[in-house]
Design a protein around this ligand. Structure first.
Ligand code: ADP
Length: 301
């Protein structure tokens, strides 16, 4: 097959592993910077150009779109879909997963376990938003944060009020959330490919930190998950419409709760901690499902 990986940097671990896996399986593969793609949006003849060349006969694209370029990146993916190219994750699904609030609403609608979460607008409702999630200790999260930035643990209601005042002062939207203390600073990354959890790892926050992000010093190891966790992860990816997803789950005293669903999950942590060939599994999935014209939305929605 003729495969394009949309990524800003071919040297990144995930990108280079996908290139390697595709070549090993005998495919033509190219890494293309989505920000250097430009498009002709004329009726019936959608085109994508890259550094002066028109891209043709691409069977499948693998979007690796960073959070900071979601708007432009998803427009490029949508253009490929309009041309009938199969996208590993479709543009609508990527956009949904990038909106934390919208994803939580979609998941709650289908009964997926979530931490009790509050969202509000008026400063008059600050106290209610704190009480709604059970009061301190509670977590306050900026809607726009990634890699644990903008995720704050407020140990008292007073501290929570101050953080909320500060966020409102910056005109930033935030969520209040029940603190899942019983997870002891750990969460589970379930790597979903095509309705299966193909690998899972537990990330443990470093001493004195509640956020388990690897960027914040968390360490990862392979873990066996329960059938309930497995089905929660698979359902969460499906609800958002993602073929490939990193579903982050915490073990709470009311069962598994989903923290977030990532549409460009990194391969390094999961391949290193589990020893599995996830890049190969992804390319295998594309071989099975990624024929041209197979894109569900064809750029709609
Ligand atoms: P980001 O998208 O920035 O990684 P997350 O919502 O995933 O933000 O939060 C970052 C980390 O903080 C999580 O991996 C988890 O370890 C911790 N965390 C987030 N929400 C909660 C919560 N409600 N209770 C306990 N820990 C949490």
């Amino acid at each position: 097959m003729n495969i394009v990986i949309l990524s800003r940097n071919s040297k990144l671990y995930s990108t280079s592993r996908l290139v390697e896996a595709a070549r090993e399986r005998g495919h033509e593969v190219r890494v293309i910077d989505p920000l250097r793609c430009y498009m002709n949006i004329s009726s019936h003849r959608p085109e994508i150009h890259y550094k002066g060349e028109m891209l043709e006969k691409v069977d499948a694209v693998i979007p690796r779109i960073g959070a900071s370029i979601t708007f432009y990146g998803t427009a490029v993916v949508r253009q490929f879909e309009m041309m009938g190219t199969f996208s590993l994750n479709e543009s609508v699904a990527i956009s949904r997963s990038r909106d934390k609030l919208r994803s939580l609403q979609l998941l709650s609608r289908k009964g997926i376990g979530l931490p009790v979460t509050g969202f509000g607008y008026s400063p008059d409702d600050n106290l209610d938003l704190i009480n709604l999630v059970g009061g301190a200790p509670l977590v306050i999260k900026l809607l726009e944060g990634t890699q644990g930035k903008g995720v704050v643990l407020a140990e008292t209601n007073k501290a929570a009020e101050s953080v909320i005042d500060a966020f409102r002062g910056l005109r930033a939207y935030f969520l209040t959330q029940e603190f899942i203390k019983e997870a002891g600073g750990s969460d589970i990354r379930c790597f979903v490919v095509g309705e299966k959890v193909v690998a899972s790892m537990m990330r443990q926050a470093k001493e004195g930190e509640f956020r388990s992000n690897v960027h914040r010093g968390g360490v990862a190891r392979a873990i066996k998950i329960t059938p309930e966790e497995r089905s929660t992860a698979v359902r969460a990816a499906k609800i958002l419409g993602l073929n490939v997803a990193g579903v982050d789950i915490m073990r709470s005293n009311h069962g598994p709760v989903v923290l977030e669903v990532n549409s460009s999950p990194g391969l390094e942590g999961i391949e290193t901690s589990t020893g599995k060939d996830i890049a190969g599994t992804i390319v295998g999935f594309i071989e099975k499902s990624g024929r041209a014209g197979k894109t569900r939305t064809r750029g709609r929605g």
